[in-house]
Design a binder for this molecule. Structure first.
Ligand code: ATP
Ligand code: FE
Length: 332
């Protein structure tokens, strides 16, 4: 079974080809146009997808050494995401499916982030827990099979990626600031500044209080010393990262204790964070978990994760009708 998958939910245009669950290519074209605005501009994202999609799909096929005639199904991200961005991928996938007379597969972006863990060895055995931490979501997902995923905890306000990006903005760093905080944190002392851990019941998260605490802390310190941020960048970043990571890992620990599940994965863009990766590995050793972290290219938005999810849907004959429409929000 050979699947061509397209991901266009936000600001990356991506196409991947997978054969029998093995990834043959995964191409990601990032859009540079947004950096100057400090965030993704939806209308510009849709236009860039329009420009990118044909060359990206072409190159993904070429890299996979595969022709359109060999494709058995076309998959795309149906939801959630920016509606204009989703529409470009959806229309392209539908047209191709119609032209090739091959089935269409609609994929949920957040399920795909989780199932990115199934792309390469070592793969987690079911059931497993997945902490999905991305730009728009923070979820703990209980995975019983590829088509049986349930959210058992999530953020009540900002996502973990937003916590990183908004903190970075307060430090005067460009968007997206998450990777920069990670970079500075490598040379800093994570215990130098103590930021509060919110007390949120159950398995849910909250990050808006942390953002406010950081804002007041920085205002207070720069009033005393205008060069405070500059002089302490590494320690501030390490301390912020340490707090975000402990908030995430403490809830994950709670989820594992409650469910008794010791196969534990992470997914989403923030799973590229070195503090989280190291923290999970260390916690996993202490708790005797089997931990799984996807390779970098499958952490942030990518069509590879759409392709692997579509592969499992194909095996279940879970196909979409041409009347399917993308959606900005989606429950699951
Ligand atoms: P969603 O999947 O919720 O719709 P998204 O797809 O836009 O959101 P991703 O691409 O999965 O999100 O992740 C992007 C986020 O990951 C950004 O907030 C970015 O700052 C963050 N991020 C990426 N790398 C790192 C890193 N090394 N450390 C911290 N954050 C990071
Ligand atoms: Fe995403």
């Amino acid at each position: 079974v050979t699947i061509l998958a397209i991901e266009s939910s936000c600001d990356d245009t991506s196409a991947a080809v997978c054969r029998d669950g093995v990834m043959l290519s995964n191409l990601i074209a990032s859009q540079k146009v947004h950096a100057q605005y400090g965030g993704v501009v939806p209308e510009l994202a849709s236009r860039a997808h329009m420009q990118n999609i044909v060359p990206v799909v072409d190159t993904a096929l070429k890299n996979a050494n595969c022709t359109l005639a060999e494709i058995d199904a076309v998959a795309f991200t149906q939801a959630p995401g920016l509606i204009g961005s989703l529409l470009v991928g959806a229309q392209f996938a539908k047209s191709l499916s119609l032209a090739l007379n091959k089935p269409l597969i609609a994929v949920h972006h957040m399920q795909a982030h989780v199932l990115a863990n199934l792309i390469d060895e070592p793969r987690p055995a079911f059931p497993f827990l997945c902490l999905t931490v991305s730009g728009g979501h923070t979820q703990i997902v209980l995975c019983e099979s590829p088509d049986k995923l349930s959210v058992i905890g999530e953020t009540t306000d900002d996502a973990a990626g937003e916590a990183f990006d908004k903190s970075a903005k307060l430090l005067g760093l460009p968007y997206p600031g998450g990777p920069l905080i990670d970079k500075y944190a490598k040379n800093g002392d994570p215990k130098r500044f103590a930021f509060p851990e919110p007390q949120i019941p159950g398995l849910n998260f909250s990050f808006s209080g942390l953002k406010t605490a950081i804002l007041y802390f920085l205002q207070n310190e720069t009033a005393k010393n205008p060069a405070f941020i500059e002089e302490n960048m590494a320690d501030i970043c390490a301390s912020i990262q340490h707090r975000i990571v402990t908030i995430l890992l403490n809830k994950l620990k709670k989820a594992s204790d409650q469910t008794g599940i010791k196969n534990v994965c992470i997914a989403g863009g923030v799973s590229a964070n070195s503090g989280l990766r190291d923290g999970l590995t260390e916690l996993g050793k202490r708790k005797h978990w089997n931990t799984f972290i996807p390779p970098f290219q499958y952490c942030t938005d990518n069509a590879g994760m759409i392709a692997i999810t579509a592969y499992h849907k194909f095996l279940n004959k879970d196909f979409a009708d041409l009347s399917v429409v993308p959606s900005a929000r989606a429950e699951w």
